[in-house]
Design a protein around this ligand. Structure first.
Ligand SMILES: Nc1ncnc2c1ncn2[C@@H]1O[C@H](COP(=O)(O)OP(=O)(O)OP(=O)(O)O)[C@@H](O)[C@H]1O
Length: 598
């Protein structure tokens, strides 16, 4: 079985992520004042449970003793009998009825407390998971673009879905572990009430079970780490499978695609089977210890300590309840250890994102401080974009010595594939910050502090259209544009999308299902172009945003753009001649170097 990540799906080093202590601290920070109330209700439920058990002693002893008051009765039974005689319950039947009423009252109270406990625990555990998920989303959304770009989609998907799901499991194990553990303590306390010696014997046996659990938990934690890697691989292969479906069908390579996918899930399955085997072994060991405990209680209780019949019955009930409780607690500890690597993995990525943010990322919620002057030219001087490679080295992706675009200019950005065109326009969009040199508009230079203001006046249409499950109107106004129907239709007409929306039964209010999957690639691009046109901006960037359109359509769209350009600078990355023909200025990017060529 593979034990390392392999070159294709290595993720962040989970070992740097977090410990169990970090998880407890995170829960404490989340729950804050609620922890005391939650622990109190868990304890109250356990106390009521054990009180019910201890109450069995007088019930059983009263029955065993019958009317002959001299038969063996413990101090507890004598005390309760004295109380009942004081209120006039003298016969065995009357005392049993009295005890029965107390018992039923206890059961009713316990039911109310249990219900409350379960609700509180569910609210707390689900709330905690939601908090972790939201924090992760927020950190990722506010991370710098080059940092986000470093992660593979499968890695992020795996963290947001599989690992968060496993963390949910871990929290469930933890909360049920606490409940069952506290209950176990209560049972143990009941055993001490019946017989201190037997209580100590049970404590010793629980300690032996704990040692077994600790050993197996270590192994389960290792297995959990391997499962992390395997899950990453499954997610990677799942995205590859879905992305590659069309190409595979065209090349009749469905079997090859399926074979790769089957290979990826086999390892995760193997690890899951190994874990179940480990868990089964631990469960068997504890059950064996519990049987020994039951035998010991019987022999010691009857032969050595000399417990009476009632006490023996209650001890047997305690051991019978304690045994499955112990199995659940200790296998829960093991499951927690198995699921912990998911939390470690989430924290490892969060740590990377936080470190990146601390070294100059986007500051969330920061208000734009002024805006770049629209009547000034857009300029780049001796500028370069660098990224950090996985090996930690700085790589220069693109550089430019001197670029200047006057307001009202349509600029074509051309050059071979992989030359750095997208990186260059991402720099002007503020997605990268200059590593050297300067990007500016008049006196307004782009840097970490001015970036929000800069980006408030940029509209960017990427090659891959982004359409979400909302109406056409919601998609066009995303994220925060306010526009009336007339403005929406005008933008749609300029983007050549008017007829697409006019055909839809509900027009602007038609829901876009499945991210607009039923539209063609070119149709989705046209809608996204209309969205980009609606955003108030002095710099419009189209990064191959018309690549899926036919030449005739593209020509008419670029013609209209040129005509309505106003004061805007339009940067258009394209491999098409249409863009070259309509451009006022041309930039060529070759081998990471951008120059003016016309
Ligand atoms: N985060 C990164 N780390 C390392 N290399 C990167 C990173 N981002 C981009 N690159 C590399 O930088 C080069 C320029 O990429 P870019 O996307 O700007 O090219 P492009 O000219 O737009 O290509 P195309 O026309 O094919 O879209 C490519 O070789 C790409 O692999």
């Amino acid at each position: 079985m593979r034990s390392d990540a392999g070159p294709h799906y290595a993720g962040p080093n989970d070992a740097d992520g977090a410990s169990f202590g970090d998880l407890l601290q995170a829960i404490r920070a989340y729950a804050a004042d609620g922890i005391f109330g939650t622990l109190s209700i868990i304890t109250l439920a356990a106390v009521l449970e054990s009180a019910g058990l201890v109450l069995l002693v007088p019930v059983a002893e009263t029955i065993f003793a019958g009317e002959g008051k001299g038969a063996a009765r413990s101090g507890l039974t004598m005390q309760i009998a004295a109380w009942m005689e004081a209120v006039g319950l003298n016969s065995v039947l009357q005392q049993l009825a009295g005890l029965g009423v107390i018992f039923i009252a206890l059961v009713a109270l316990r039911a109310v407390v249990l219900l409350r406990r379960d609700i509180v625990l569910m609210q707390m555990s689900q709330g905690f998971i939601d908090r972790v998920r939201l924090d992760f989303f927020s950190l990722l959304a506010h991370a710098d673009w080059p940092v986000i770009k470093r992660y593979r989609k499968a890695e992020l998907l795996n963290t947001m879905t599989t690992n968060v799901g496993r963390l949910g499991q871990a929290i469930r194990f933890l909360s049920s572990g606490i409940v069952v553990g506290v209950l176990g303590l209560a049972y143990l306390a009941s055993a001490f009430v019946v017989s201190v010696a037997l209580g100590l014997a049970l404590l010793g046996l629980i300690a032996i079970g704990g040692v077994f659990a600790a050993i197996w938990s270590r192994r389960s934690h290792r297995l959990g780490r391997q499962l992390n890697q395997a899950n990453r691989f499954v997610m990677h292969e799942t995205t590859t499978f879905l992305d590659g479906m069309k190409a595979a069908k065209a090349a009749r390579a469905e079997d090859e695609l399926s074979r790769r996918f089957a290979g990826s899930i086999a390892e995760a399955r193997l690890i899951s089977v190994q874990f179940v085997t480990q868990q089964g072994r631990l469960r068997n060991s504890i059950q064996f210890i519990a049987s020994v405990a039951a035998l010991l209680v019987l022999l010691l209780g009857y032969g050595v300590i000399g417990l009476n019949g009632g006490e023996l019955v209650v001890m047997a009930a305690i051991v019978m309840r304690l045994a499955p409780n112990l199995v659940t607690t200790l296998t829960g500890v093991q499951s927690l250890a198995h699921a912990m690597p998911a939390f470690e993995s989430i924290r490892a990525i969060e740590g990377e994102l936080r470190r990146a943010k601390a070294s100059g990322g986007i500051v969330p919620g920061r208000e734009p401080s002024g805006e770049p002057p629209a009547d000034q030219p857009l300029e780049a001087k001796a500028v370069s974009v660098e990224v950090n490679s996985l090996a930690g080295e700085n790589i220069t992706l693109v550089r430019a010595d001197d670029l200047l675009f006057a307001p009202g200019t349509l600029v074509h950005v051309g050059g071979p594939s992989g030359a750095g065109k997208s990186t260059l326009v991402e720099l002007f969009a503020g997605l990268h910050l200059p590593a050297q040199g300067m990007v500016s508009r008049g006196a307004y230079a782009l840097d970490a502090a001015s970036r929000p203001g800069w980006q408030a006046r940029v509209s960017f249409a990427p090659q891959e259209p982004f359409i979400f499950d909302g109406t056409v109107r919601e998609n066009l106004c995303w994220p925060n544009v306010e526009a009336d129907d007339q403005q929406l239709w005008a933008a749609l007409e300029t983007a050549g999308a008017g007829d697409i929306v006019a055909r839809l039964p509900a027009g602007l209010d038609e829901p876009m299902l499945d991210g607009g999957a039923r539209l063609s690639g070119g149709e989705r691009q046209r809608l996204c172009l209309a969205r980009a046109l609606l955003r108030p901006a002095d710099l419009l960037i189209l990064d191959e945003a018309t690549s899926a359109m036919d030449a005739e359509l593209e020509r008419s769209i670029i013609g209209r753009l040129r005509q309505d350009i106003g004061n805007r600078v339009v940067l258009m990355v394209s491999h098409s001649l249409n863009a070259v023909m309509h451009a006022d200025q041309r930039i060529e990017v070759t081998g990471g170097h951008a120059r003016v060529v016309g």
